[in-house]
Write a protein that binds this ligand. Structure first.
Ligand code: DAH
Length: 337
């Protein structure tokens, strides 16, 4: 029996080093050290060998056994730690899904409302949150001594209005100044909605916040009537709150519209508020003074306008009792919508 023990040692080293997975390594262990493996074969051959051969084969086989055991043990360690580090990736394991966020309920509601008006032909416009006293009040026919101009009701900035000496810039207290910006740039006919944030120095409680969202609507053309306003807002309310919504237009006063009204609604979807009239928006026919400030020729156009509060509508629709929850970033609240 001739035995090239050095070649066998080289073979085992090569085989073990090339084993790329624990499974292949196990196959190599069986090949050399298993019950039907190469070493068992060598030992079996000893029976028919001469005494000198026995010595040689016995010594060589033992060396081979020790070498194979050591190499396999080491390789095993390498393979199992590299697997832990992720070097050997098992592509059959199901992946881990990313935790996707959701749109904030205020943005959802705002987009839903805008969507209804867009489908009726309105175009979205946006105005700045920092406004002039002129756009926020004067152009809207709000007199100089009107309480809403007071610093108790409006956030004034330290910065003087570059176009009006002695007048200061402010954070818009409603989206209505957007009307003026659109009219100064465009001629009728026009139908725009202006969504955005508004600011008022109110003490924060369950129904007041120093920042909230409004959506302003403005439609100007020749011969626009109050019937158009009623028709438009009725269509909106039915689309948004459902066909069985009840509405009433209650006379009101706004300096920038004449006549003016507030719209109240009743709906079964407002849990626990059945049979109660709930105010949802202000509206009216654009005051001639507003057209005058926009630079439109007197008597040529008529228009309708409305303004609604997004937080209020979201709270009614989803039965939310406290406006502060919108800004608390509690995932348990946000994830419900
Ligand atoms: N700007 C009013 C507010 O903040 C809401 C409003 C009322 C807007 C009547 C309008 C309107 O355009 O016609 O309370």
């Amino acid at each position: 029996m001739s035995l090239d023990i050095e070649k066998l040692k080289a073979d085992v080293s090569m085989d073990v080093a090339q084993a790329a997975t624990l499974e292949v390594l196990e196959a190599m262990r069986l090949k050399y050290l298993g019950k039907k493996g190469l070493l068992q074969e060598l030992y079996a051959g000893l029976a028919s060998a001469s005494p000198e051969e026995k010595k040689l084969i016995g010594k060589g086989a033992n060396e081979l056994k020790v070498l194979a055991e050591n190499l396999i043990e080491e390789r095993k360690k390498t393979l199992s730690t590299s697997k832990k580090r992720g070097a050997a990736i098992d592509v059959t394991i199901p992946g881990v899904a990313n935790d996707a966020g959701t749109k904030h309920l205020i943005n959802q509601t705002l987009e839903e409302i805008c969507d209804v008006f867009e489908r009726m032909g309105f175009v979205i416009q946006r105005g700045p949150e920092i406004e002039s006293e002129f756009n926020n009040f004067t152009a809207l026919n709000i007199p100089l001594d009107h309480p809403s101009r007071d610093s108790f009701d409006t956030f004034y900035l330290d910065q003087e209005d570059p176009t009006a000496k002695g007048r200061y810039l402010l954070l818009r207290s409603h989206t209505s100044p957007g009307q003026m910006r659109v009219m100064q740039k465009h001629k009728p006919p026009m139908a725009v909605i202006i969504p955005g944030k508004v600011y008022r120095p109110d003490a924060v409680d369950a129904s007041h916040s120093f920042m909230f969202h409004q959506i302003e609507g403005l439609l100007v053309d020749k011969n626009v009537t109050f019937a158009d306003l009623k028709g438009l807002l009725t269509a909106f309310c039915k689309k948004f709150f459902g066909d069985d919504v009840k509405m009433r237009f209650r006379p009101h006063y706004f300096p920038f519209t004449e006549p003016s009204a507030e719209v109240d609604i009743q709906s079964n979807i407002f849990k626990g508020r059945a049979g109660k009239w709930l105010e949802i928006l202000g509206c009216g026919m654009v005051h001639p003074k507003v057209f005058e400030h926009a630079g439109y020729p007197p008597g040529e156009y008529t228009g309708l306008a409305f303004g609604l509060g997004v937080e209020r509508i979201a709270m009614l629709k989803h039965g939310i009792g406290d406006i502060r929850t919108f800004a608390e970033n509690d995932m348990r609240f946000l994830k419900q919508f």
